[in-house]
Design a protein around this ligand. Structure first.
Ligand SMILES: [Ca+2]
Length: 350
């Protein structure tokens, strides 16, 4: 049973925001200093270095991008907030609906039952090139039953909602009068005003031995020391906020963005004046998985890494990190948060 502990924000009157200024410039406009709701922070907008050249190939090249100001949820959407949404609308998530056999040629019938991919720790070391060693299609798994039948959300009211497909996140965003962020918006916000640093708090992963995000310590996927306090998801806000006051922009759960996946970023334009402003990513056609040509499920970019990211396997608890996620699949480590844009030219078209 879920107990409502957090009162979700509801649609309210939008305050006008100014246009993007210079490099990470806060405009000083008094009208934007009062947030549309108390659980959102102003992200001032500006030009920043997106991506990284010192890590995974898909993060390259680092390049300059501008984004307009917007508001962002302080935390990822919680189970309690999602419960409120479902109670209000009767919404049924993708993980609760049967799968269309035409979209999954050759899939056995048991794979077409409603469900989601559930992470299970292995008994010992396994081949880490095969994610099927720890991801298991679990009929009956969904946001209310994160580990499948018999599991529930008792004690996890303030944990991030998981097993949400892209359209579930989008439906929640529309209900709450908000939008989902682009990859550029998400990354700008995650960096918290720091330029080109590895982590959302600086260049050192664990300054003075402190854990600043919920990741994985120990050999993945068979031993989790949970030195950071949590083996699974953590309640939102369990670690310090970044420079913009946002919690969990690294680790805990991956977060949906609206951009279709591309294998790498666009390079800087020849003229430094012309950094892309409010980019929205490539066309959908670029996003299909070339390793699974029979599966025509497009993929969007998720950001932030999760409690399953271990340095030995997936060092993706960094703002530049990105991952391709099929839009229809709920997983144990994917959630989302919303934003609000203000200027008409900045409104999303998805
Ligand atoms: Ca952890």
């Amino acid at each position: 049973m879920i107990y409502i502990m957090v009162k979700p924000s509801r649609p309210g009157k939008m305050r006008p925001l100014p246009r993007a200024g210079g490099n990470n410039a806060v405009t000083g406009d008094a009208r934007i200093e009062v947030p549309p709701s108390e659980d959102m922070a102003l992200i001032p907008g500006g030009t920043f270095l997106m991506g990284a050249d010192n890590a995974y190939r898909e993060e390259r090249p680092a390049h300059r991008v501008s984004v307009d100001p917007f508001w962002m949820d302080l935390s990822t959407v919680t189970n309690a907030q999602f419960f409120h949404f479902v109670s209000d609308t009767g919404y049924v998530t993708v993980a609760e609906r049967p799968l269309d056999p035409l979209m999954y040629p050759g899939a056995p019938p048991e794979m077409l039952k409603p469900g989601a991919l559930v992470f299970r720790m292995t008994q010992g070391p396994v081949d880490t090139s095969n994610i099927a060693n720890w991801w298991h299609w679990t009929p009956g798994a969904q946001w209310r039953r994160p580990e499948g039948p018999g599991s529930d959300l008792e004690g996890r009211e303030n944990h991030p909602v998981i097993h949400v497909a892209y359209e579930d996140a989008q439906a929640y965003a529309e209900w709450s009068g908000k939008q989902l962020p682009t990859e550029a918006e998400w990354e700008f916000a995650a960096r918290g005003g720091l330029e080109g640093q590895d982590f959302v708090w600086g260049d050192e992963f664990s300054p003075d031995g402190a854990f600043l995000a919920n990741t994985w310590q120990g050999p993945f996927p068979w031993r989790n020391f949970a030195s950071d306090g949590f083996a699974g998801t953590a309640p939102v806000g369990s670690y310090p906020a970044n420079g913009y006051g946002l919690f969990d922009m690294a680790g805990n759960v991956w977060q949906w963005t609206t951009d279709w996946w591309s294998a790498r970023h666009e390079a800087d334009p020849e003229k430094p004046c012309c950094a892309p402003r409010n980019p929205r990513g490539p066309a959908m056609e670029t996003s299909f998985d070339p390793m699974q040509p029979a599966i025509r499920i497009p993929r969007r970019v998720v950001k932030g890494g999760s409690f399953l990211c271990a340095p030995s396997y997936c060092r993706r608890y960094r703002p530049a990190a990105r991952h391709a996620q099929m839009v229809d699949t709920g997983m144990s480590h994917i959630g989302f948060r919303c934003i609000r844009r203000a200027t008409p030219s900045h409104q999303e078209k998805e």
